[in-house]
Design a protein around this ligand. Sequence first.
Ligand code: MN
Length: 227
Amino acid sequence: KVYESISNGNFPLILGGDHSLGLGSIAGASKSIKNLGVVWIDAHGDINTDITSPTGNIHGMPLAASFGIGHEALVNVYENRVKIKEENVFHIAGRDLDEGEVELIKGSKGQFYTMDKVKKLGIKNVVKDMLNYFKNKVDAVHVSFDLDSIDSLFAPGTGTPVKDGLSVEDAKYILESLALSGMMCSLDIVELNPVLDKDNKTLDIAMYLIKNTLSKLKYGLENKLTA
Ligand SMILES: [Mn+2]
């Protein structure tokens, strides 16, 4: 569906639910767009493999599998190919990383702006770095936004909440900057769990972010589609 949507000149918004769905979004988007960048905004690395994962949760593996690391059933989901280049990954807001993930990040060609780094640089500089990084490097960018990237104080309605995260305004700024850049071709908003939410706080944030981001969307995929 993501492939069809982008190929038809539309903008897919994918809602979840378990972040393993990002595997599918990236698989579809990378079929439409040859050289796809990915922004992954998340408290967790999501770069575990079946070997490094302490829990075995597939929602902790989709980013690694998308750049070709992990179980072959995940790497080859939808099509037998690696979906994105590792250096086309820009991860923001990591602060609950597993040992195997930290090792992978150390030697990674991807960009990992942990929460420590975000606090040190300030959100404006992070966004500036991100847009500069992708400029002239990729054809378009898929954005995968995990609501647990936001501080658990504001967004409790998620499966694995983590404190000391992004403010809602930080998240809004990252997403609207990507929308305005004209580079964003598709967006996941994931890990909303209404059962765990308190007074619909997290739902309200998700709706606020979606409305604002889509209202700023500039779409410029001319000549970038594979078909
Ligand atoms: Mn995630």
